[in-house]
Design a protein around this ligand. Structure first.
Ligand code: SF4
Length: 352
């Protein structure tokens, strides 16, 4: 069982972030914010997929105006993504952002940051301080070797937190991202040792979905297993719903969220397989796709290792030549011809 690191609780609209609440998955819209209809539709798809928070980019005045309309049309708390412009930050706060994501490194004047803090305080808007390796000021000045970058990111985070706390603002969420797997893990470990604010974790610019899943799982899995991370975002180039699906798989794999779907366990197959395991598993997966119950179904290619390996599954099929043995929680309950395996599993699932 994973023990979460203790943090303060930060309210982001109706969602609480911190160790006393569940880990929240989030994603970001990827359509023009000014296209209110498309943006709202994408937010609703994300919420249906399980996104607890949604971030929206507001690069222009027209975007913050659209953001104000979008806030009225969705139930999920929205985060406004700010870069460079204090005016956009304040407009988004006044438009109803539950949180803004701010990289103080790209807001030039200290007075502008203080203005944003005051507006957030007045509107009870949370702020995520997002430090990115690529925007670290000292990194731009000199060629800093990779092993020094984590300490520079931490130094920058400390200076920002001091600035916010000095202004009496503690509704903070912290994040530090890099494109590098190891540095992302290291900086988040360092931040978690120094601060007790909720931490947003993710690997930035991870790539296309097929390339992003493994590095994201390494980063998020390592940190979450250490109890670090209160809200997570998987970044992939593509449909944001895929980000939520990957995030849920990572959380589910660590037992950090309840599965609302059937988990299919499939043996890797080997020379002992008595059946086309992959084909059978694909048929079973298709047949189970609308079942939203946290059950485990195992598909095993033989009865040599199959029954033992599948003993914990709610239902299992272990294949023999042209037939399948059906098991319910480790007990053999039927022997059926190959053509009857899928219907038999479905029938047994109804009884569970
Ligand atoms: S269950 Fe049987 S077929 Fe599948 S990998 Fe194990 S030994 Fe091989």
């Amino acid at each position: 069982m994973i023990k979460r690191r203790k943090t303060k609780t930060v309210k982001v609209g109706s969602v609480k972030l911190g160790s006393s609440s569940s880990i929240v998955t989030q994603s970001m819209t990827k359509v023009p914010t000014v296209d209110v209809g498309r943006c709202v539709r994408q937010i609703k798809r994300l919420v249906d997929a399980g996104s607890g928070l949604v971030r929206v980019a507001v690069p222009s005045r027209a975007d913050t105006a659209a953001f104000a309309k979008i806030v009225q049309k969705v139930d999920v708390p929205l985060i406004a993504d700010i870069h460079f412009s204090p005016d956009r930050a304040i407009e988004a706060i006044e438009a109803g952002a539950a949180k803004i994501r701010l990289n103080p490194g790209n807001i030039k004047k200290r007075a502008s940051i203080l203005r944003i803090i005051d507006a957030a305080k007045m509107h009870k808007t949370a702020i995520r301080i997002g430090v990115n390796e690529a925007s670290i000021r000292d990194l731009k000045k000199a060629d800093v070797p990779p092993n020094k970058r984590v300490s520079l990111m931490l130094k920058e985070m400390k200076s920002y937190v001091r600035l916010f706390e000095g202004r009496g603002f503690e509704q903070l969420v912290l994040s530090a991202k890099s494109r590098d797997v190891i540095r992302t893990i290291e900086i988040n470990r360092s931040i978690s040792e120094v601060f007790d604010y909720p931490i947003h974790i993710g690997l930035t610019h991870a790539g296309l979905p097929e390339d992003a899943e493994v590095p994201s799982a390494i980063v998020l899995g390592s940190l979450l297993a250490d109890g670090i991370g209160d809200t997570i975002r998987v970044s992939v180039a593509g449909d944001p719903v895929v980000e939520i699906e990957i995030a849920k798989r990572i959380l589910g794999g660590l037992g950090l969220c309840e599965r609302a779907e059937v988990e299919l366990v499939v043996c890797p197959t080997c020379g002992r397989a008595q059946i086309d395991v992959v084909k059978l598993a694909r048929r079973i997966k298709k047949a189970l796709r609308d079942i939203d119950r946290p059950l485990q179904v195992a598909v095993m290619g033989c009865i040599v290792n199959g029954p033992g390996e599948a003993a914990d599954a709610d239902l299992a099929v272990c294949a023999a030549k042209n037939k399948g043995y059906i098991y319910r929680r480790g007990q053999k309950i039927a022997t059926v011809p190959e053509s009857e395996i899928v219907p038999s599993l479905l029938k047994e699932l109804q009884k569970l």
